[in-house]
Structures are given as C-alpha cells and as structure tokens.
Design a binder for this molecule. Structure first.
Ligand SMILES: [Zn+2]
Ligand SMILES: [Zn+2]
Length: 247
C-alpha cells in the first residue's frame, strides 16, 4: 500500500529524504518487540500510523523507521520505500547496508507470522531485490546488533532464505505468475506515457517510483481477485460434487 493509502504523515525534511549512498547488501527483517494482538485488517493502517507517530514524535525520527511493513493479512505498507534510507537497523552504517522490513508480530501475544504475512514479506523482499537493487543477503535486526529482533520464528525463516509458504491454491489454471502480471500491467502503463509525463509536469511531487508502486499495487489487486475467484470456483466444484453424490 502506498503511503497515501495508509494515511502516512509527510516525512520531515531534509533527513527523511536522505537517499542511500550505496547499494544495499540485502534485507533485514524486524518484529515489533512488544506485545501484539492480532486485529481485523480494518485497523491495520491505524496501527502503522501509530508506529509512524511513535518514531516521529517519540524517537524524534523524520519518518517511520522501516522501509516496508507487512501486516498479518499479507498487505505490504510502504515506509521509507526503496530510495530513502531507513532508520530501523540500529545505526547509520547498518541502515545504509540493508533494507528494513517489519513483520507485524510481537514478542508476546501474537508471535508467529501468518502464511499470508510470510507471503507478503516475501513480496517485499523480492521488490527490494528486483526494483531496489538489493543483494541476496537476508537476515534479521539481530545480525550485527544486540537485540532479540526479529524473534526466533521470523529469524529462522529468514535464515532458511524466506521460502514462500505453500498455499492451497485449488485451481492450477488460475495460478498466475506474478512477474508476468506485473510486466503486463507495466507495459500497459508504458503506453500511457504521454499522460504520465503530463502528471509529472503538473504534480511537483510525482516521481518515476510512484508509477512503479502503482503498477505493483495493481498487480497485487489483480492477483487477489484471481485468488478469490479460484476459491469460489473450488467451492462451487465441491457443491457440484455434493449434489452428484446426492443424485
Ligand atoms: Zn528490529
Ligand atoms: Zn492487515
């Protein structure tokens, strides 16, 4: 979700706009480190806004510290994103070194990430690699810094290479390849380049990265729609099978 979608406050200038000065080695994962109870997805954005407020008003940082945040429902929230240096890894050198991705699970209460969340975190990692130029290194906040973060479960998953959880996609034919969808949406957008450059001229805050993010969001929407269609088809098939048995 873009910052506008989760209702982010503007980051402070100039520090919030500090770019990375070199390529990222990879991605570090984080957890909340506090008690966390799972919640309805409708309150997830408010929770991310609360994190941002803690970081800006409590810690005095110029923005939410993380590059990306992933809720238990698998949604990815843009924090500092791909271009602006995060402030979550412990110190400036560590922030320069790796992206910071938070999984919204606690040190007590809900401590185990959901499959949807691991799926979302995997998306975020891939996004950092393919669009942010991050290397393949993968680890946790605790690597090179004295902290329990990101907790044993998330850390073990990172060290296994963050495998995508096996989901029960019932309809093979509808199991679309994410990269193909992304490329298709991107290509379609490229055909609309004239209007995009008009946007760039009239909207001073427009950046090429926004288009990329929009494409990424739309890709996810398409895949979500396909997934729910697949679920419906499976349910209908099960009903038909039941009816046949009855007949
Ligand atoms: Zn951390
Ligand atoms: Zn959520």
């Amino acid at each position: 979700m873009s910052r506008a979608q989760w209702g982010a406050r503007d980051y402070r200038q100039p520090n919030g706009a500090t770019p990375y000065s070199r390529k990222r080695r990879g991605v570090k994962l984080h957890y909340l480190g506090t008690a966390y109870q799972d919640r309805n997805h409708l309150s997830c954005a408010a929770y991310v806004r609360q994190l941002q407020a803690q970081h800006m008003d409590g810690n005095g940082w110029s923005d939410i510290g993380y590059s990306f945040v992933v809720c238990t429902h698998g949604y990815v929230y843009e924090g500092r994103g791909l271009a602006r240096r995060n402030s979550a890894n412990g110190n400036t050198a560590l922030n320069e070194q790796d992206y910071a991705v938070l999984l919204m699970v606690g040190s007590s209460g809900l401590t185990k990430p959901t499959n949807a969340q691991l799926d979302g975190a995997r998306d975020a990692i891939d996004y950092c690699r393919t669009k942010g130029g991050a290397g393949t290194w993968l680890g946790g906040h605790r690597d090179g810094y004295a902290t329990a973060c990101p907790g044993d479960t998330v850390y073990a998953w990172a060290k296994k290479g963050a495998p995508r959880p096996k989901t029960t996609t019932p309809e093979k034919g509808l199991d679309m390849d994410k990269k193909q969808v992304f490329d298709a949406v991107w290509e379609q957008d490229a055909l609309r380049a004239p209007s995009t450059s008009t946007t760039a001229k009239t909207n001073p805050t427009w950046k090429p990265g926004n288009a990329l993010r929009d494409t990424y969001d739309r890709t996810n929407h398409i895949l979500d729609a396909v997934k729910s269609l697949a679920t419906e088809v499976a349910a209908l098939r099960a009903e038909v099978a039941q009816l046949k048995k009855g007949a």
